[in-house]
Design a protein around this ligand. Structure first.
Ligand SMILES: [Fe+2]
Length: 206
C-alpha cells in the first residue's frame, strides 16, 4: 500500500456554491491538505521501516500503527478529491437530468431515481461521522474514511457528511439542510463520466 511517491494537494476551482459557504470550502481545502501532508509523512516513515527488507519484532507495533493510520489518511485524501470533483462551482441544477447516465443506472438498480435518492439521503443522515458514497452499484456508508469501502467498486457520487462540512453554515442538528444544499451543487456530468469509465473498464476486462 505504501510507496515512495509524494502527493501534491490538488487545487479545486470551487466557490459560490448554494448553501455551502466559501468560508466552509476554504476551511475544507485546508483539512484536505492536512490529509495529503499526513499521507506523505506516513508513507515516508513506513518506507524507512521497510528499506532494510524486514520488519523486526520490536518494530512491529509502531509499523502496524503507522500502516493503520495510513489507511485513514490515504482514504481521507482520495475521498475529498472525489467529493470536491463532484461539486459544481457556482452551484448545480439540482437533481440529475432524466436523460443522464446516472438516472438510467439508478433506475436499473433501484427502480427509480427518487428511490435511489431516498436511500442515499437516508445514509447521509445516519448518526456518526463519515461519508455517503454511491458506488457503481449500491450506495454505502463509510465510517471515518476507511471503514466500509468496498473493494473494486467505483465511487460515482461522494458526499462528505463529517460535521466540518456544515458547522459554519448550519446548526449541528441541521445536517439534512446541508444534504439538500449538497444536492443543489452536484456536478452530474462528472458522475456520468465516472459511470462511463467504470462501465468501459468492466467491459474491457470481460
Ligand atoms: Fe471533509
Amino acid at each position: 500500500m505504501s510507496s515512495t511517491g509524494s502527493y501534491q494537494p490538488r487545487q479545486f476551482n470551487l466557490s459560490g456554491l448554494k448553501g455551502i459557504s466559501d468560508q466552509t470550502l476554504e476551511m475544507h481545502f485546508k483539512l484536505y491538505e492536512g490529509y495529503v501532508k499526513e499521507t506523505n509523512n506516513l508513507t515516508g516513515r513506513i518506507t524507512e521501516f521497510i528499506k532494510d527488507g524486514k520488519v523486526d519484532q520490536d518494530e512491529m507495533p509502531a509499523y502496524s500503527e503507522l500502516s493503520r493510520r495510513l489507511g485513514f489518511e490515504y482514504n481521507g485524501m482520495v475521498l475529498h478529491e472525489y467529493y470536491f470533483d463532484n461539486l459544481q462551482s457556482g452551484g448545480g441544477t439540482g437533481d440529475a437530468a432524466k436523460t443522464s447516465q446516472f438516472v438510467k443506472a439508478a433506475e436499473a438498480t433501484f427502480g427509480s431515481y427518487d428511490i435511489w435518492k431516498t436511500d442515499f439521503v437516508g445514509i447521509g443522515k445516519m448518526r456518526g461521522v463519515g461519508w455517503a458514497i454511491c458506488y457503481e452499484n449500491p450506495a454505502n456508508w463509510i465510517t471515518l474514511h476507511e471503514t466500509g469501502n468496498v473493494a473494486g467498486f467505483n465511487p460515482v457520487l461522494v458526499m462528505d457528511v463529517w460535521e466540518h462540512t456544515f458547522l459554519l453554515d448550519y446548526q449541528p442538528a441541521e445536517r439534512p439542510k446541508y444534504i439538500e444544499a449538497f444536492f443543489s451543487n452536484i456536478a452530474w456530468d462528472v458522475c456520468d463520466e465516472r459511470l462511463r469509465r467504470g462501465l468501459a473498464a468492466r467491459s474491457a476486462s470481460l
